[in-house]
Design a binder for this molecule. Structure first.
Ligand SMILES: Nc1ncnc2c1ncn2[C@@H]1O[C@H](COP(=O)(O)OP(=O)(O)OP(=O)(O)O)[C@@H](O)[C@H]1O
Ligand SMILES: [Mg+2]
Length: 455
């Protein structure tokens, strides 16, 4: 099917890539947002403890005898202990003088008395979080400002963050996997109606031009209506040309019959041999033309009936017997015996006019191409499928051209002088195909042609 189509991309892939791409972007966004939020919360936790530590140190500062005294509560630093044994640094300044702690610890400027400052910094080659706060102490004759900074490394925090990242990563990977599976499922269900339509077009017989009636999704409705419209037009123009052929054949046949009867009666009256020869040639040409017109008419009728097949329950044996009776006079002219044999009762569903026409063409061929004083066996059987074999005792089909003999207007060399148009086997095959059957040509080992018409 795709051999003759120009392919540009694939709807299924496009849909799948869009959905999977969307899921990937969503997964990355979820990862970043959750990780960022978790980092903020973890940082807030560390800041709270650092702030509490700074405040507890500041609260311990007093002025005694005009001098600052700070008696660190034990909890000031113990509250900072972490499972990763993070290091803690501090610095206490009175105004600009270092009272205790690390002199290099960054000393951020703070505006208000109760303000606290939190920031990340690099200290001693490690990333630290630094909390700073000030307090103004007022003694008997002094007014002084104490500034306390406490810094802590962030090993525990980054451990926690890594753990959170890992878990969020796993969650996001699971989400992405699920979304990918859902994308493939969604893609294939979306594409299913299209596949169904393709199948029903592919499964159709070559002559089935009836409209599609199965429901389709709304997006496919324009495609199906255009297809139906196209088929209706095709059906109409096909019918027109069939009608034209039938009409033309009919119009040709009637005057031909008149001309033939005139020629025949003239032949009886004419004495001279060369005139008689000319008349005989003329009659032969008329027979050829009228056979061709008859077969064309039959072919058009068969095409029409096959398109509007009305099946009836038939007894194939009765139908064939009837045909044999009608053809016996023609057979007798050639001293040929038509012998009907086989099963007694073979039921089929079919169009009797089409079947008679097809089988008549087969027996007609046997009568034409088999020698005089021979037998033609017509065997009707029911097993394994209903079938009719027509076997003659002639020379058989020309083996090299056997497959093409069923095509229109094709005749074998053995046809010689016999009158014919090359449509008989085409008609028989068309009827077999319309009945979901087949026409098989073969030559019998003991000599003679065998045609099998099976249902
Ligand atoms: N029983 C047969 N034995 C030998 N050759 C046959 C037999 N039946 C058909 N053929 C060969 O197959 C060819 C095609 O047969 P077909 O019936 O289609 O056309 P036709 O008999 O030539 O013309 P018509 O349209 O009048 O039937 C014949 O011309 C003949 O060569
Ligand atoms: Mg024939």
């Amino acid at each position: 099917m795709t051999d003759s189509a120009h392919i540009h991309g694939s709807l299924r892939n496009r849909l799948a890539y869009t959905l999977v791409g969307g899921a990937a972007i969503l997964a990355i966004l979820i990862f970043l947002v959750v990780r960022n939020y978790a980092a903020q919360i973890a940082q807030q936790g560390q800041d709270d403890v650092l702030g509490a530590s700074v405040t507890s140190i500041l609260d311990a500062a007093i002025i005694r005898d005009g001098k600052i005294e700070i008696d660190f509560p034990y909890a000031s630093f113990s509250m900072l202990s972490t499972p990763s044994d993070d290091r803690v640094f501090y610095a206490i300044h009175q105004d600009d003088t270092l009272l205790s702690g690390y002199p290099d610890l960054p000393r951020p400027q703070i505006q208000g008395t109760h303000d606290r400052d939190f920031r990340s910094a690099l200290f001693n080659g490690a990333n630290v979080r630094l909390a700073t706060a000030t307090r103004v102490l007022i003694g008997a004759d002094v007014r002084t400002e104490i500034k306390v900074s406490v810094a802590q490394t962030q090993d525990a925090l980054s451990g926690t963050l890594n753990r959170i990242s890992r878990n969020v990563g796993l969650f996001v990977a699971g989400f992405f996997l699920l979304a990918t599976l859902l994308s493939f499922w969604a893609t294939s269900t979306t594409i299913t109606p299209l596949k169904r339509l393709t199948n029903s077009v592919t499964r159709r017989g070559p002559k089935d031009l009836s409209p599609f009636v199965k429901p389709v999704p709304v997006e496919m409705a324009p495609l199906v209506s255009s297809l139906n419209y196209l088929m209706a037009r095709l059906d109409h123009s096909l019918k027109q040309s069939e009608d034209f052929i039938a009409e033309a054949a009919h119009r040709v046949r009637t005057p031909l019959a008149t001309v033939r009867s005139h020629a025949e009666s003239t032949l009886h009256r004419v004495e001279r041999e060369d005139n008689r020869q000319a008349l005989r040639a003329m009659m032969r040409a008329i027979d050829e033309s009228s056979r061709a017109a008859g077969q064309l008419l039959d072919h058009a009728m068969i095409t029409f009936r096959a398109d509007h097949l009305e099946l009836q329950d038939l007894d194939l044996v009765d139908l064939v017997r009837d045909l044999v009776l009608r053809l016996t006079p023609i057979a007798e002219m050639k001293d040929i015996e038509l012998r009907l044999s086989g099963d007694k009762d073979v039921k089929v569903k079919g169009d009797p006019i089409l079947l008679q026409n097809a089988l008549r063409n087969l027996i007609d061929n046997a009568l034409k191409y088999a020698p005089s004083e021979s037998n033609i066996d017509i065997i009707v059987s029911a097993d394994p499928v209903a079938r009719v074999d027509v076997r003659d005792q002639g020379a058989g089909f020309p083996t090299d051209r056997m497959p093409e003999l069923v095509s229109r207007f094709s005749r074998g060399e053995n046809a010689g002088n016999t009158i014919g148009s090359g449509l008989g086997l085409t008609i028989a095959q068309d009827v077999a195909v319309a009945h979901q059957g087949a026409l098989v040509l073969s030559n019998r080992p003991e000599g003679g042609a065998c045609v099998t018409f099976s249902f």
